[in-house]
Design a binder for this molecule. Sequence first.
Ligand SMILES: Cc1cc2nc3c(=O)[nH]c(=O)nc-3n(C[C@H](O)[C@H](O)[C@H](O)COP(=O)(O)OP(=O)(O)OC[C@H]3O[C@@H](n4cnc5c(N)ncnc54)[C@H](O)[C@@H]3O)c2cc1C
Length: 543
Amino acid sequence: MAAPESFDAVVLGAGEAGALLASYAVAAGHRVAMVYREPYGSTCVNVGCVPSKFLIARARVAQTMRTASRFGIGAVEPAIDLPRIVAEKQAMVSDHRSEGLESAKRAERVTLLEGPAHFVSPTEVEVGGRRLTAPKMFIATGMRPDIPPIAGLADVTYHTNENIMDLTEAPRHLIVLGGGYIGAELGQVYHRFGAEVTVISRNPRLVPEEEPETSAALAEGFAAEGLQLMLGREAERVEATTDGIRVWAGTEAFEGSHLLVATGRRPNTDELNLEAAGLVLGDGGVIPVDARMRTTVEGIWAIGDVNGEQPFTRVCQEEAKVAFADAFGDGHPGLERRSLGHAIFTDPEIGSVGLTEAQARAKGLDALAGTVGLDQVEKAELIGETRGVIKVVAERGTRRLLGLHIAGPAAADLVYDGALVLRRRGTVDEIAATIGIFPTLQEGVEGTARAVLRSLGVAGAGGSVGAHDEGGSLACPACAAGYELRPKTEAPEATAGSLACPACAAEYDITTSMPEAPIRSLDAPADSFACPSCAAELQAVVT
Ligand SMILES: Cc1cc2nc3c(=O)[nH]c(=O)nc-3n(C[C@H](O)[C@H](O)[C@H](O)COP(=O)(O)OP(=O)(O)OC[C@H]3O[C@@H](n4cnc5c(N)ncnc54)[C@H](O)[C@@H]3O)c2cc1C
């Protein structure tokens, strides 16, 4: 075999994580070998986010036409031209893929090789008889559908996300195995394209990783729309029938024309010969990493879905940036995941950022939550979209926002408010006090945050806010951020007078009965402090 070819880095995978990492590395002047498998590009572009969201948008149009009479507009059963929709979807995917491939080919210092690749040692891989060596190796091979060991499954025709979106005729009756986000999104798409749909899941809840309230809203939406939910059922056997398939769960049998297997995803690690690299796999075959995406072997990073952390496109990209900085840059303190959210693009849509109430409790946090149904939100009523819920999770003592979870229209966009606050380690007060525009769904988020504050007995959370509370605490009248007033050993120059709220910068006079009290307790030097809402270091200006 020929001598190994040397590079500064070898990247296994040309998906969301691998391609981005390679582009950063070559831009910084490094020589990179990037290995991929056909079709070039990411799961997101080829068989994930892009095609599914394309179809979701078209399916929504069909559903709007079908249900228009609830708005006083004549409903029609739409004529769905699925061959045209699928052709347009394929054209879009193929454009995205070609753009990615062309830009990788054009890039200087990149050697592209078609895989599969496998490790020979921690610093060397083999690809189609070529050996590539580098001091820095990046594993970004993603995940693929996990096909469960259900009796008979291997003997019937079934689909996964990798091929169902190419169907040019809607199934007569689609059985979906799995109630996670892929089964939910694609199940609703084909229902809206005219299929009867039965979702079978072993979990008693649809999208069980979401908050119970948002997952219930989705289940109600599906049931109202006519999808059949067979939850808490274990599919044990599958068999072909004369015109389709039959799935057995205990003594119950479910028949359909087509089967979509969406029971989970497994990391593409089994073909990589990772033992040769000295890597030990974690549960389910993932490659465990630390916050800087380092594996247990020095010089090897694992980024994107393959590490099993948060399998979503923007997170994969963020992980690539972190690994690049750690490997080639000035280092990285580690990825903070608390503000990285995700969504399920169903109707109602689900958006989620931060901890669920159960996750917060499991971490030992004293969590409380407030929920507001969309039927309480005026905009939702105006647009006729009242199915859904907003849930705010907070820490009781500090009022820190821990999570924001929404089921309803534009939920994925709305949770960005929560991401901003979580990133700053801010409080629920910030959302409660930031006045939105009427009428918007955002007002519902604001209102839910106020409900949380009310349940904590925060003065002013419901409406008019006093300048201060009794008992040594003070709430900013503008933003309701609460501060503790404690006698200060080193009194500031001006103890009473006015206050600029560190959270919202509103200025107002303090006319309190606590003349000796400082504006707020300062642990930091008298002229600076950390904002209790966002932890930003602020300059105190005492007037
Ligand atoms: C149906 C569906 C819908 C989705 N929708 C969304 C969404 O709306 N929003 C969102 O954020 N995320 C969504 N995702 C998830 C998103 O697609 C993934 O998180 C993302 O694509 C993962 O990027 P990655 O770089 O880790 O892996 P991938 O994009 O999977 O890339 C893996 C790369 O590794 C290569 N490879 C694999 N094995 C080998 C090997 N042995 N040797 C060499 N190369 C190899 C592949 O060819 C590919 O280039 C969806 C996923 C699916 C399946």
